[in-house]
Design a protein around this ligand. Structure first.
Ligand code: FES
Length: 170
């Protein structure tokens, strides 16, 4: 073996290694590119499937079938947390008042024969009239009706005059 051939054999493996390293680097870049394209395609497909399968969140119920009218005695104050309302019966009949404070929408609590808002301390009487601000508007009165079976039905989407009462006679 000549000196020249020894040099070539020493140099050649290094050159091959460098080329292999370059090729492996190119392959690696291609792999990364393919992988990122596949991932972005997968994400697009997932988004599309989510869009196609999108179902709007159900709206909160506004009608509530309650107990029989006779189950609410005169003077009773019944919380209806699922409806955000209070059901009361005075000598004139049954009525429902919204538990949503007219100031900024907090839920009022029944306390000492009145309704009090825990957020900014507004106070309402049992008819929903403002006793103390910052609320300026009375609590809304909500529609009550009787089902054919005689059950009280509350519709929280309908505001009625504060004088309206539900009685057993039409
Ligand atoms: S939200 Fe009720 S007093 Fe402010």
């Amino acid at each position: 073996m000549t000196e020249h051939s020894v040099r070539v054999s020493r140099i050649l493996p290094t050159a091959v290694k460098k080329e292999a390293a370059v090729n492996s680097s190119v392959v690696s870049r291609r792999s990364i590119l393919r992988l990122s394209l596949a991932l972005s395609g997968l994400m697009t497909l997932t988004g599309l499937l989510r869009f196609l399968g999108y179902q709007p969140t159900p709206t909160a119920p506004v009608r509530f079938t309650l107990d029989l009218l006779g189950d609410y005695p005169a003077g009773s104050v019944t919380p209806l947390p699922q409806a955000k309302a209070w059901l009361m019966r005075d000598e004139a009949g049954l009525y429902a008042v919204s538990a949503v404070c007219t100031h900024l929408g907090c839920t009022v609590n029944h306390k000492d024969a009145a309704f009090e808002c825990p957020c900014h301390d507004s106070r309402y009487d049992l008819a929903g009239n403002v006793l103390r601000g910052p609320a300026r508007q009375p609590l809304n009165h909500l529609e009550l009706s009787l089902s054919p079976e005689g059950q009280v039905v509350l519709d929280t989407s309908v505001v009625v005059p504060s004088s309206q009462r539900l009685t057993s006679s039409p």
